[in-house]
Design a protein. Structure first.
Length: 188
């Protein structure tokens, strides 16, 4: 239960920074961290610590909510996106994949791999994306592929992926963001 409470505190701490004034989504790395609710983050840290103590006392492994909370904590306590402990996030996603495998967890792990090593990570992450099954009709896979291609300087390919993602997006705001990313990629 402490893991779930921690996860809820971390997730809701960023609520005000997740969209702009027009309701368009803001990526985690672009969010204004000064808008995050520090009291909620501290409550989340305390709840996650209580979860860890209970798990240690019972000599059992981390559960789904505790792992998700630990992932959220990595982001919540980092002063900037660049200061995020991406290696730990990769390890946590590895554990989450063992506990609850899913294409979305694989996708998020690929993003963490890319962020953990800005030099070779994006290329490695693209290879991981190639093996993900189950997101063929989702905008998430081409959106992430576009981000990775842009980081590799393959801007024309990135623009194509962003447009493909926009065509698959169900949400008008997300679609607008993806069209904007495609336009920016074309002008680089």
């Amino acid at each position: 239960m402490h893991g779930l409470v921690a996860l809820m505190e971390f997730q809701s701490s960023r609520l005000r920074s997740r969209t702009d004034t027009d309701g368009r989504p803001i990526l985690l790395e672009d969010q204004n961290r000064t808008m995050w609710d520090r009291a909620q983050i501290q409550r989340g840290v305390a709840a996650l610590q209580r979860a860890a103590e209970v798990l240690q006392r019972k000599k059992i492994g981390w559960g789904l909510y505790s792992l998700q909370a630990a992932l959220a904590e990595c982001h919540a306590v980092a002063p900037t996106a660049a200061d995020t402990d991406w290696q730990r996030i990769v390890s946590l996603y590895d554990a989450l994949l063992r506990l609850a495998p899913s294409p979305v967890v694989e996708l998020n792990r690929a993003i963490a791999v890319a962020m953990a090593d800005p030099d070779s990570g994006p290329a490695t992450a693209l290879r991981i994306l190639d093996g993900i099954k189950g997101l063929e009709t989702s905008h998430l896979l081409p959106s992430v592929r576009g981000e990775l291609l842009a980081r590799l300087g393959r801007n024309a390919d990135a623009a194509t992926e962003f447009e493909r993602a926009a065509a698959l997006a169900d949400n008008d705001r997300e679609r607008d963001v993806l069209h904007d990313k495609a336009a920016r990629a074309r002008t680089r």
